[in-house]
Design a protein around this ligand. Structure first.
Ligand SMILES: CC(C)(COP(=O)(O)OP(=O)(O)OC[C@H]1O[C@@H](n2cnc3c(N)ncnc32)[C@H](O)[C@@H]1OP(=O)(O)O)[C@@H](O)C(=O)NCCC(=O)NCCS
Length: 131
């Protein structure tokens, strides 16, 4: 990855598919560690990768590192990398009350394109496309 804070953790290529995968499943994923000054602070994923799109997910496990720009840096790195290397669209699910995450995604170019209800829980669906 072309960034200092995101490094490849692991990958799987269970199945390649151009079809729309059921939301919530995690196929064809790449996992990345988010490290700051040698400390592992979180993980992010590009998952459910098809020929054209992928689903992004991120979690900074240590709350002490929230709100310092690290999430935005990691999401930007993943978006830049994957939109430059084959994907046309990256999407994600986020809970509507998660203002910090939504702001982080907006700063990385994501806009809300719809809503999804999974197991009775409502999510916003956001996406970003390549130029
Ligand atoms: C969501 C997450 C990845 C964001 O990363 P982060 O490093 O904390 O976020 P950043 O510091 O890069 O950006 C956060 C932005 O939200 C803003 N923000 C914080 N709290 C906010 C609130 N309650 N309302 C509105 N904006 C808020 C910050 O001011 C900042 O925006 P700014 O740069 O314009 O000031 C991280 O907080 C996290 O992992 N949280 C727990 C797990 C999670 O929610 N994962 C996402 C699931 S979809």
């Amino acid at each position: 990855m072309p960034t200092s804070i995101v490094t490849t953790l692991g990958t799987t290529t269970l199945k390649s598919s151009d079809s729309i995968l059921p939301a919530g499943r995690m196929l064809n994923y790449h996992a990345y560690a988010i490290d700051v000054d040698g400390k592992h602070i979180g993980t992010c994923f590009m998952m459910n990768i098809t020929a054209e799109s992928g689903e992004l997910a991120i979690e900074l496990g240590d709350k002490a590192y929230w709100g310092k720009g690290y999430g935005t840096a990691a999401v930007r790195a993943l978006v830049d990398h994957w939109l430059s290397n084959g994907l046309k669209r990256i999407w994600l699910k986020v809970l509507p009350w998660n203002a910090r995450a939504i702001r982080c995604y907006e700063k990385c170019g994501f806009t809300t394109m719809g809503r999804l209800i999974l197991d009775g829980i409502e999510f916003l669906v956001m996406d970003v496309t390549g130029k």
